[in-house]
Design a protein around this ligand. Structure first.
Ligand code: FAD
Length: 507
């Protein structure tokens, strides 16, 4: 028989966002909740991205939960397997296992106006109802692969960086890597030494800064273990440095000139061939697209078995890849490092709000949500890492923890209001928030730097990045301002029969 459960809170996803929400709920004394996760284990990004070379690009002591410091980080920028293990450890340490419902892909969430709760369906036939939903499905969790003519008939292996095919042995093979984003630049140096040939399809060159990665010594780890305050100080320093960088991105992009010079020197050190250097030199301001960190990418590109094709993949003819500029390259395998559905996140198609429309329909002119969390017409529903909460230079975990403060206060306010009530963000408040963000966006490097990035949606609006410091975001998400919400109560029509039934049962 299909399973049905009612809970106070349903959390969707078990990455940093979902697990963080679960820890916070328990800390708030709420134990009546489930975490619905489509995969068979926790970890989100750090479970799905298992490609060679995968690691964080924000130092580990900052890219981790403030409430779960890890003195054992092995490197300044730890690898995927260590971050995944850390998240598994968080699930154990904070007693989250009983709440996890793995293998439960949410296919539909519908707001029930009569009962003031969400009805949730999952792909395996289980259903849930929840008074409150925390959607933490991740902005970078659904891989995007371009629709290339002829791709279906390619005879070799084809996969996306976030769905690495570990059965594909690339040794001695001719491999194409499509894209030059954060994942591709980690993959290229990791596979270059073992492949026969590597064709890198680059539409736009990224800016790449040196990466100060090193092993964290045993002495440092012992110190952090014995004196946790030293780990906290390290984290504080890493945070502070990044906070100071923000105004260059958001207000004074001209100041980034010095950073460009460091990035150019990083390239010049490894790339001696002026023609290749020209191919790899960006024509837009640094910071406009995400600044990438690598000290091994350029050295790998300088190797004789690598060919940089300065155009996108246009067509596949058998095992021949045809670039937009007509270049033809024969390969045995294709790896797409082409990013994710960020501004068109698939979960939005599956959420039906109070007006009977999906979140995707409500966002047809671009995503917007009050304080990155609440969309109008979607009561008692919040998104973790929602619109305009992304960062160009610091740890997303800081933003997640801010949003969890907001979640905790949202639930507290619902309790204070008592009984069966819901809070629905006012259209006017969401609009005002969005206008403020978009006005600030005009001066930022993301909007003025002369590039076209995944931060911008199909209409050219930047609906992904937060145009301020993480401290400012912490402040604006500290509590829920009730004047920004409408209090929704059970409609009288529906309340009457429910009362009659209750009286009948009691009587
Ligand atoms: C390769 C890579 C490197 C990165 N490095 C950094 C970094 O160094 N620093 C940084 O700050 N950020 C980094 N990021 C961004 C990173 O995604 C965030 O920092 C963070 O991990 C996001 O956590 P999340 O929980 O919001 O989403 P995710 O980790 O993506 O988790 C979302 C979860 O939701 C599940 N899910 C999705 N849809 C459904 C559904 N319909 N039903 C049930 N479950 C569902 C997914 O399976 C997944 O487990 C990186 C991203 C990538 C891809």
């Amino acid at each position: 028989m299909a399973q049905h459960e009612h809970v106070r809170v349903a959390v969707i996803g078990s990455g940093f966002g979902g697990l963080g929400a679960a820890v916070r709920l328990r800390r708030e004394g709420i134990t009546d909740f489930v975490v619905l996760e489509r995969a068979d284990s926790v970890g989100g990004t750090w479970r799905d991205n298992s490609y060679p070379g995968c690691a964080c690009d924000v130092p580990s002591h900052l890219y981790s939960f403030s409430f779960a410091p890890n003195p054992e980080w092995p490197r300044t920028f730890s690898g995927q397997e260590h971050i995944r293990a850390y998240l598994e450890h968080v699930a154990d340490t904070f007693g989250l296992r009983p709440h996890l419902r793995l293998g439960h892909e949410v296919t539909l969430m519908r707001w029930d106006r009569e009962e003031l709760r969400w009805a949730i369906e999952t792909a395996d036939g289980a259903s849930f109802t929840a008074d409150f939903v925390v959607s933490a499905t991740g902005p970078l969790s659904d891989p995007k692969t371009p629709d290339i003519p002829g791709l279906a008939d390619f005879p070799g292996k084809v996969f996306h960086s976030a769905r690495w095919d570990h059965d594909a042995d690339l040794t001695g093979k001719r491999v194409a890597v499509i894209g030059t984003g954060a994942s591709a630049i980690q993959i290229v140096p990791a596979i270059q030494p073992k492949v026969a040939g590597l064709a890198l399809f680059q539409r736009t060159p990224p800016w790449v800064m040196p990466r100060m990665d090193r092993k964290i010594s045993g002495a440092e780890r012992r110190l952090h273990r014995a004196l946790p305050v030293t780990g906290a100080a390290r984290r504080g320093l890493l945070w502070g440095i990044r906070e100071l960088q923000v105004s260059a991105f958001t207000k004074h992009p001209g100041e980034l000139g010095l950073v460009e010079r460091i990035a150019k020197a990083n390239m010049a050190k490894a790339i001696k061939d002026p023609a290749l250097r020209a191919k790899l030199t960006p024509s837009y301001r640094i910071g406009c697209k995400r600044i990438l960190l690598s000290s091994t990418y350029y050295p790998a590109l300088a190797e004789p078995n690598v060919d940089v094709i300065t155009s996108g993949l246009a067509e596949v003819r058998g095992s021949t890849l045809v670039a937009s500029d007509g270049t033809e390259t024969e390969v045995d395998a294709i790896i797409f490092g082409t990013g994710f559905h960020v501004t068109d996140m698939p979960i939005a198609e599956r959420v039906v709000g109070a007006e009977g429309i999906t979140l995707a329909e409500s966002w047809k002119d671009g995503m917007q949500a009050l304080r990155g969390a609440s969309a109008a017409g979607f009561p008692n529903f919040m998104t973790v890492i929602g619109p305009n909460t992304g960062l160009g230079n610091s740890s997303m975990v800081l933003m997640i923890e801010s949003q969890l403060n907001y979640m905790a206060d949202y639930l507290r306010q619902l309790n204070v209001l008592g009984g069966r009530v819901a809070l629905d963000a006012r259209t006017s408040a969401v609009g005002a928030w969005d206008r403020r963000i978009q006005a600030r966006m005009k001066r930022t490097v993301w909007n003025t730097g002369g590039c076209n990035s995944w931060y911008l949606d199909a209409n050219g609006r930047n609906t992904t990045v937060w145009p301020g410091t993480t401290a400012e975001f912490r402040k604006v998400t500290r509590s829920v301002d009730l004047s920004e919400y409408e209090v929704v109560r059970i409609p009288k029509r529906a309340a009457a029969p429910a009362k009659a039934v209750a009286e009948e049962v009691v009587g």
